[in-house]
Design a protein around this ligand. Structure first.
Ligand code: ARG
Length: 590
């Protein structure tokens, strides 16, 4: 493992030193180095510095330039415009740096010097309920963030805060007690998630009907809630059956989504039951929460309803019941106090923003969250239908996640079918590709939009070969593999820093070199869409390179062939690593 600083980082350091040499008081000033179309990089930091030190910006730029002689890194440097520095790096430096990356398993990407413990709350469906498209985002985004953080060296503890507790279970359990065979199934069908969900749905509907029409059943259901909360053995056993049945279903959907969930990370709302009373007592004793009309509430000066009345966080209802807030507060205590988290992340729908704001503020007042702990709600937007409204079926029901995934795979299979046959893939291989492309497309569409934004679920666009899609990137990867299959035995990838680079090679090379910097940024900002954008650009730059620079028939001789193969190989590895951090597979032949 050898981490490789990017050329941009090395350059940043040099220009920074040159700024200080030109204006000693500028120590630590940011040269504001950016990639640029004019040269490779442009440094804009001289302008601000000139303003602050009342110097002429072009003269100051010239002084910085004088302190930055051309060398093995910098091929060319000039002052332009009002005082920018245009900097081109040497071809040999680009290839040399990439060779160092290629020699490392991690492509030269460093791991965190001081990793912390991040507890991330994501993929939290609800027991006995169908998963819908809203559950997609939390799972896909959360899974990507877990992978990105782990790659960066962070210790990550996932928490799937599933909805597995509450008064609605009284009705279900009572019904199951009265109809004990409704959840029976043969051992053979054990792992069939769809069958599990339809059993749960059937049971839900029947119990609901009874609940709405039979007053006596309603009473028995209400009493069952009390039994559940009191921890009655038989009631808990029935409740556990719902949880187990639902897990079969969850796992089947996550399997389809190609997302790995560990059983020990599923700590649902019920997992905090033992802490709820204590959480309330601590809040009440410390005065953080007060009784208001019998309910235990926390008030906030700046949170008011439309009528101007304060909107409290209700920790315990007047009837003694604990709600969503009590559970989340107890979860904070557990995650900071027992799991020793240094960072808490919540990948949850933007519509819960107020809830989390109140929970975090309450936890701060109670001392469960200190300044040492970073806490972030990562709110995501809504998935919309083509009509721009929240995605629903024609009947107005939310769309089942499984149906959506199946359709994505079917569409993707149609897209890869023809080419697949042309390159001689078996139907089995085509089907496998269709799955990887279809699921990849759904994930990529989700991850390539910035988290907070809504997006339109449009399968036609998602599986399109042209445009900002995962299949475009997957094709670029497959193309690199096909080049290697066509290479003769003496055509091997090898870096040749002594060779001059064509413009498309430089552009590709400089972008490859930015992989580690991009990952660092993404891990720091929890913004997977930046990684998606990076990979799409990488695939585009590779496509241009492929069109402009023949690889196996390069006219510069065997060394140039080797160097271009080297660029293909590093591109392939970077695409594969990057997509895998987004949870997207890379078929070898497409
Ligand atoms: N189960 C909830 C839902 O489906 C999401 C849970 C979010 N996490 C939390 N700690 N509150 O909306």
């Amino acid at each position: 493992m050898a981490s490789v600083p990017s050329l941009a980082a090395s350059l940043q350091q040099r220009v920074s030193a040159a700024l200080t040499a030109a204006v000693p008081s500028a120590d630590g000033a940011d040269p504001l180095l950016r990639r640029s179309d004019r040269a490779d990089f442009q440094a804009n930091g001289v302008l601000g510095l000139a303003k602050r030190s009342k110097a002429n910006p072009r003269e100051l730029a010239a002084a910085v330039l004088a302190a930055l002689p051309a060398d093995e890194l910098i091929a060319d440097i000039e002052v332009s415009g009002p005082g920018f520095l245009n900097i081109s790096v040497a071809d040999a430096a680009i290839t040399g740096n990439l060779a160092a990356r290629a020699a490392d398993d991690r492509l030269g990407v460093p791991t965190a010097a001081a990793p912390g413990i991040t507890v991330i709350d994501y993929a939290q469906p609800n027991v006995a309920k169908e998963m819908h498209v809203g559950h997609l985002r939390s799972s896909v985004i959360g899974d990507a963030i877990v992978k990105i953080l782990r790659f960066a060296g962070e210790r990550v503890i996932p928490r799937h805060h599933i909805g597995d507790w509450g008064t609605q279970f009284g009705m279900l359990i009572q019904y199951l007690i009265e109809h004990p065979h409704e959840l029976d199934h043969s051992a053979a069908a054990d792992a069939d998630g769809e069958a599990s969900m339809s059993r749960l749905n059937r049971l839900y509907k029947s119990s609901r009907t009874l609940f709405d029409t039979d007053e006596e059943f309603k009473d028995r259901a209400r009493r069952r809630v009390v039994d559940l909360q009191a921890g009655d053995q038989r009631t808990l056993e029935m409740w556990q059956r719902f949880v187990d049945e639902s897990k079969i279903y969850f796992y089947s959907v996550y399997d389809k989504l190609d997302i790995a969930i560990q059983d020990e990370d599923i700590v649902g709302e019920s997992g905090y039951n033992d802490m709820l009373a204590e959480t309330c007592k601590l809040l009440e004793d410390s005065g953080v929460a007060v009784r208001s009309n019998g309910a235990l509430c926390v008030f906030f000066d700046d949170i008011k309803g439309k009528d101007g009345e304060p909107v409290p966080l209700i920790v315990q209802k007047a009837d003694g019941g604990y709600g969503y807030a009590a559970t989340d507060l107890s979860a904070v205590r557990d995650r900071t106090g027992n799991l020793h988290a240094s960072t808490l992340l919540y990948v949850v729908d933007a519509r819960q923003a107020l809830h989390f704001r109140m929970v975090f503020e309450t936890a701060r007042r109670a001392g469960w969250l200190t300044d040492e702990v970073t806490v972030r709600h990562l709110p995501f937007g809504t998935v919309l239908g083509k009509d721009g409204k929240p995605f629903k079926t024609r009947e107005g029901e939310s769309v089942k996640l499984e149906d959506l995934l199946d359709e994505a795979v079917a569409r993707a299979t149609a897209v890869v079918q023809e080419k697949g046959e042309k390159i001689g893939l078996t139907q089995e291989e085509i089907a496998a590709n269709g799955t990887q492309v279809g699921i990849g497309a759904v994930k990529y569409a989700d991850l390539s939009t910035s988290l907070g934004r809504d997006y339109i679920f449009d399968l036609d666009r998602m599986v399109s070969l042209n445009g900002d899609t995962s299949v475009y990137i997957q094709y670029a990867y497959a193309r690199t593999r096909s080049i290697f299959r066509k290479a003769t035995a003496d055509q091997q990838a090898a870096a040749h820093p002594e060779l001059p680079l064509a413009p498309a090679e430089r552009a590709l090379g400089l972008h490859l070199d930015a992989f580690g910097d991009t990952l660092a940024e993404v891990a720091g900002s929890y913004e997977p869409h930046r990684l998606a954008a990076y990979l799409f650009q990488l695939a585009s730059l590779f496509t241009t390179f492929y069109e402009q620079c023949p690889v196996l028939t390069a006219d510069g001789g065997p060394d140039q062939v080797a160097n271009r193969l080297f660029l293909c190989d590093l591109t392939a590895r970077t695409l594969r690593q990057g997509l895998s951090l987004l949870g997207i597979r890379t078929p070898e032949r497409l």
